[in-house]
Design a protein around this ligand. Structure first.
Ligand SMILES: [Zn+2]
Ligand SMILES: [Zn+2]
Length: 385
């Protein structure tokens, strides 16, 4: 199947589309699924596609998911299949995810007699910040028939090709965002006593916010606060009226999440008060934390090890990145796992969202095999030895 998978992946790679704009990608997906004789629903969550293969024998329903969106950036790697669209690139491997899921569809549609229960394919838009996974779940992709378990994978530049990484339970963090506005009183830089300088207050605020993780959070728990943007001021001799700080907050448990949310406001209030200023605080919840069902994680490890050997299964530690696969895992048990993509010889060593990111195409057939084995294991099809 490899040549076919490579062709699909490259077609998508050359024509990257951003979140909720995956019109051509989803058309390609839907057309292949239809060719395979799989029931297809288009236009879910705008550009999402859902496929359903009903087995001849009754059984459980398993879902697998791929994200389809690219990123707003230029590709720097001079490969023949590089992006044809300026300012857009598949720099996170979602093109490979789509090809792999289509490979699974090709496999089962040519062997329908093997299927007991149902297999559902979820091709979702907008993983890169748009929360396509949330919209898909809201539009009922986990119902009719009701999904008993869901599995998703992401290519992974930190593991060599041929290895599969599995999270035992906690996988990825909740990705929340905050904005603090410090409201002072502007004026001439030479007359600070007549002003309330929000830039000075912002300096204190930044250092105090960074004491939250080190002094308020249990060292055994994980937490990140990053202030990624600060804006205020227009010229060297003007004290501005306001300064705004925007940051991201990452956590792996709801307790830590709430602690971070509350503490940032306490610090903002305290600093503003100490300078006689006012403040505004806004906290926006992002993707929820990604928590695997430990039984499903074990199932992934067991099923994959039948193909690649126990020695190639790696229990990976959680990381503070985010993934909107978490929305599915909030509703049904399942597991998110990693397909090693690191290959020094082929230069697939660059991190996600790098303009040099690329996929070792050997992982396409491997990814298909892993999903087939997981489905086999979950539905009890008895395909694999
Ligand atoms: Zn990404
Ligand atoms: Zn991604």
């Amino acid at each position: 199947m490899k040549d076919w998978l490579v062709e699909i992946r490259r077609t998508i790679h050359m024509h990257p589309e951003l979140g909720f704009e995956e019109v051509e990608t989803s058309r390609l997906v839907a057309e292949w699924l239809e060719k395979f004789g799989i029931e297809v629903k288009r236009g879910v969550a705008k550009t999402g596609v859902v496929g359903l293969l009903r087995g001849k024998r009754p059984g459980k329903t398993v879902a697998i998911r791929a994200d389809m969106d690219a990123l707003p950036m230029d590709e720097a790697r001079p490969v023949p299949y590089a992006s044809r669209i300026k300012g857009k690139m598949h720099a996170c491997g979602h093109d490979a995810h789509v090809a792999i899921l289509l490979g699974v569809a090709k496999f089962f549609s040519s062997n329908p007699e093997l299927v007991r229960g149902n297999i559902k394919w979820i091709f979702q838009p907008a993983e890169e910040g748009g929360g396509g996974g949330r919209v898909m779940t809201e539009e009922g992709v986990l119902e009719n028939p009701k999904v008993d378990a869901i599995f998703g994978a992401h290519v992974f530049p930190l593991l060599p090709v041929g290895k599969v990484g599995v999270y035992e339970r906690e996988g990825l963090a909740a990705t929340d965002r905050f904005i603090v506005k410090i409201i002072g009183k502007g004026g001439h830089g030479a007359f600070p006593h007549l002003c309330k300088d929000p830039i000075l207050a912002a300096g204190h605020l930044i250092t105090q916010i960074h004491s939250i993780v080190s002094r308020n959070i249990n060292p055994i728990d994980s937490a990140v606060i990053t202030i990624g943007k600060i804006s205020g001021g227009t010229a060297f001799n003007i004290i501005p009226d306001e300064v705004e700080l925007t940051g991201t907050v990452r956590s792996l448990t709801p307790q830590v999440q709430e602690e971070l949310k509350n503490r940032i406001e306490i610090v903002a209030r305290g600093v503003a008060q100490s300078f006689g200023m006012d403040y505004r605080y806004d906290f926006e919840y992002g993707y929820p934390m990604l928590i695997n069902d430990p039984e499903m994680s074990k199932l992934v490890a067991r099923a994959c090890s039948k193909g690649i050997g126990k020695e190639n299964i790696v229990w990976v530690k959680p990381a503070m990145g985010g993934e909107d696969f978490s929305y599915y895992l909030q509703k049904v048990p399942g597991a998110f796992f990693r397909l090693g993509n690191r290959n020094e010889a082929k230069g697939t060593i660059h991190p996600y969202h790098s303009s040099l990111f690329d996929v070792d195409e050997d992982i396409l057939p491997l990814g298909v095999e892993m999903f087939v084995r997981i489905i086999d294991e979950f539905l009890g099809l008895g395909i694999a030895g």
